[in-house]
Design a binder for this molecule. Structure first.
Ligand SMILES: C[S@@+](CC[C@H](N)C(=O)[O-])C[C@H]1O[C@@H](n2cnc3c(N)ncnc32)[C@H](O)[C@@H]1O
Length: 275
């Protein structure tokens, strides 16, 4: 079988689930991240049986990153599994905002709340090489993944298993509190892709419809005790609730800014000057 034959199999099997552009992207990720191959139509492909099995899983909606167990985030390769959210491009934009706010050599103390694969603290630790970086998650399985990533990417992150919905006690103050918490309401499930709904951890994604901002309330409470005087909170937010989230932060902070992502949706929030 050639790589062109394999690509055709991908189109045949996945066309009911994905657009052609999506299949092209999945195919290239699959080749590169699983077999370290670039696409060359006439090249012989010898792993037909394995690819057939993977196609069955892809057809069932499994994300390609769960098959390769790899995801790129901000130029680094992260190990991912079913317990962790696959890092998203919007979260790279959040990193970019933080990157532009401080000199690289700044001795920041940073904490990430709800770390998943550890993509945020690990990336920030690579940018701000003098920073002390901590991270929490409630999920022990996610923390195992984050620890593997920190080791693979040669960073030192202080990980803690803690529940953000309970009182979070740290006898330390942070210059940067960052979080991409669960924020999707159940009512938004209808517009989500099957592969996210069935294969990504619901713990990482969903909140109750009538309590959608609960994690932001907890992040604010944590900031009230643990943000330095000049510190900043950075969050990813629900694009359908930017004003509501801003109003919530304005109860506790003098300066609150909501920021659009590259698709033009309000997806990030930055707040400073606690009242
Ligand atoms: C939207 S994911 C973000 C993961 C990662 N930071 C990223 O941007 O890809 C939210 C994370 O919050 C964690 N989480 C959910 N409930 C939590 C809680 N009560 N306390 C702490 N972490 C929680 C989940 O396990 C998940 O890793």
């Amino acid at each position: 079988m050639t790589l062109a034959d394999l690509k055709q199999n991908f189109y045949n099997e996945l066309q009911t689930l994905y657009s052609q552009d999506e299949i092209d992207a999945i195919f290239l990720i699959y080749l590169e991240d699983k077999f370290d191959l670039r696409y060359s139509p006439t090249q012989n492909f010898e792993f037909e049986a394995e690819a057939n099995e993977d196609l069955i899983a892809l057809k069932a909606g499994k994300p390609v990153q769960h098959i390769t167990q790899k995801a790129f985030f901000y130029d680094n390769l992260f190990y991912v599994n079913e317990y962790t959210l696959i890092p998203r491009p919007e979260t790279e934009e959040l990193i970019e905002i933080i990157r532009n706010d401080f000199p690289k050599e700044e001795k920041l103390s940073i904490i990430d709340l709800g770390t998943g694969t550890g993509c945020i603290p690990i990336t920030l630790s690579k940018i701000f090489t003098s920073a002390k970086v901590s991270a929490i998650d409630v999920s022990p399985e996610a923390l195992k993944v984050a620890q593997i990533n920190a080791k693979n990417l040669t960073t030192t992150i202080h990980f803690y298993q803690k529940d953000l919905l309970e009182e979070l006690i740290f006898d330390e103050k942070f210059d940067v509190i960052v979080s991409n918490p669960p924020y999707i309401r159940n009512l938004e499930k209808a517009e989500m892709h099957q592969n996210v709904l069935e294969f990504e951890p619901h713990l990482a994604l969903f909140v109750e419809d009538d309590n959608a901002l609960i994690f932001y309330e907890r992040i604010i409470a944590f900031a009230q005790n643990n943000l330095t005087n000049n510190g900043t909170v950075y969050c990813e937010i629900n694009q359908y609730l930017p004003e509501e989230t801003k109003l919530l932060f304005e109860k506790a902070f003098r300066k609150v800014e909501i920021i659009k992502d590259l698709s033009g949706n309000y997806r990030m929030l930055k707040s400073t000057e606690i009242k």
